[in-house]
Design a protein around this ligand. Structure first.
Ligand SMILES: Cc1cc2nc3c(=O)[nH]c(=O)nc-3n(C[C@H](O)[C@H](O)[C@H](O)COP(=O)(O)OP(=O)(O)OC[C@H]3O[C@@H](n4cnc5c(N)ncnc54)[C@H](O)[C@@H]3O)c2cc1C
Length: 373
């Protein structure tokens, strides 16, 4: 342990509330705590130099589910459960936009599309029923068939395109950078390079041990998503799921704009200022991808390259500019876990594959749980 001064201890190592994890959930929790109780000293501890989980590693989809994903949600959660999940995703996106400003996170609504490869797919017949379920909330049809765009987009193997005119895309780096800046402006301290090894609750405070430094707080919010079991030394229903994203520079101008998904959202691609961001394929190797280690699975990459050349950019040349992975968290249900761990510790974790959308709401919920008790 390093030896710190009285001044350092008072001003940096003690807080009323410490949030562990500086992803979208942790930073949103810290922002909510300060917004609702400005007098509180709120500190965020992040293990990486930058957030090192999912929030700065995804492809920046501002989405709330394709028709096939929502049909799955109806099966798993019932119609009401699906609608409630969509409402949360939508409200979460609006919350980020309101707090940070649409231009700060570069949100652009250019429509989202689901590619359907089976000519007689049942999903196409279910567009009306999903629209009906969502009608009360959106007061408008969300999904429609846009098969006439397939040729102009240049896609191979695609028989149907289902368009969602409300779906958008954002700059996930700017989202987190703006949230971080906002937190700093309202008085939240964020310390990076602080991996929390252990959290010990005592009678009137909590001790948070990192490698060289110990923090003390009145309460702790754990927002470590896929890494929660390791930190809390528990076996919660939180399983990691690794996802890959590639940045691709096509030699010709892209023929499409917007966000795109196929195979129930397991594959996703979008335009980004003339480039293509493409990823997914976790379903090819679910067991192998249930890991908290970053790294490229060559089998998945090969499938993505094959789909790129046959479906997305057929007969076009391109270069793979960058590739990276991020770690999501899944469980038996799609609902995040927002609950108390003990008297002074609460968690907001397991954001699944749509945490860009719900992260700000989950952060708000865990902050309110901490403030309430
Ligand atoms: C490839 C990919 C594609 C995705 N696509 C989409 C999409 O299209 N739409 C969508 O809405 N969502 C998408 N997501 C999911 C979304 O990014 C996540 O659900 C969301 O970012 C989770 O945010 P979080 O803050 O809860 O977790 P994270 O961003 O993982 O943040 C947790 C933080 O905790 C830190 N941490 C962990 N352990 C410790 C410790 N012991 N001490 C200190 N810090 C610690 C980590 O370093 C990390 O920064 C995607 C994710 C990936 C990886």
């Amino acid at each position: 342990m390093q030896v710190f001064s009285l001044w350092e201890k008072q001003s940096f190592l003690e807080a009323d509330i410490i949030v562990v994890g500086a992803g979208i959930t942790g930073l949103s929790a810290a922002a909510t705590l300060k917004e609702q109780s400005p007098e509180l000293r709120v500190t965020v501890l992040e293990r990486g130099v930058l957030p090192t989980g999912a929030s700065t590693k995804n492809a920046g989809f501002a989405c709330f589910g394709s028709v096939s994903e929502l049909l799955n949600d109806v099966e798993a959660l019932g119609a009401e459960g699906m609608v409630s999940l969509v409402e949360k995703r939508w409200d979460g996106l609006q919350k980020s936009c309101q707090r940070l400003g649409r231009s700060m996170i570069d949100i652009q609504v250019k429509s989202g599309y689901e590619l359907i490869f089976d000519e007689k797919s049942e999903v196409v017949n279910k567009i009306g029923s999903i629209n009906e379920l969502l009608a009360d909330f959106f007061q408008d049809d969300v999904f429609k068939l846009s098969d006439e765009k397939i040729n102009s987009f240049g896609f191979g193997q695609t028989h149907h395109l289902i368009e969602n005119h409300l779906e958008g895309q954002l700059d996930t780096g700017r989202l987190i950078a703006s949230l971080w800046k906002y937190c700093a402006e309202i008085g939240v301290q964020v310390h990076t390079g602080c991996e929390v090894l252990d959290i010990q609750e005592e009678a009137s405070s909590v001790r948070i041990n990192c490698k060289d430094v110990q923090f003390t707080a009145g309460k702790v919010a754990v927002c470590t998503n896929a890494f929660t079991n390791k930190l809390l030394k528990k076996e919660l229903d939180v399983s990691p799921g690794r996802g890959i994203v590639m940045s691709i520079v096509p030699d010709e101008k892209l023929k499409f704009e917007g966000t795109f998904h196929y195979e129930e959202g397991y594959y996703y691609f979008r335009d980004y200022y003339g480039k293509l961001l493409f990823g997914g394929g976790r379903n090819l190797a679910l067991a192998e991808e249930e890991t908290t280690e970053f790294g490229i699975n060559e089998k998945i990459k090969a499938k993505l390259i094959s789909d790129l050349e046959s479906i997305i950019l057929p007969n076009q040349s391109y270069q793979v500019e960058m590739e990276w992975t991020g770690i999501m968290a899944f469980g038996k249900t799609k609902a995040p876990i927002v609950q108390k761990v003990s008297e002074r510790i609460a968690m907001g974790v397991r954001l699944g594959g749509m945490g860009v959308a719900i992260g700000s709401l989950v952060g708000e919920e865990v902050a309110e749980l901490i403030l309430r008790d």
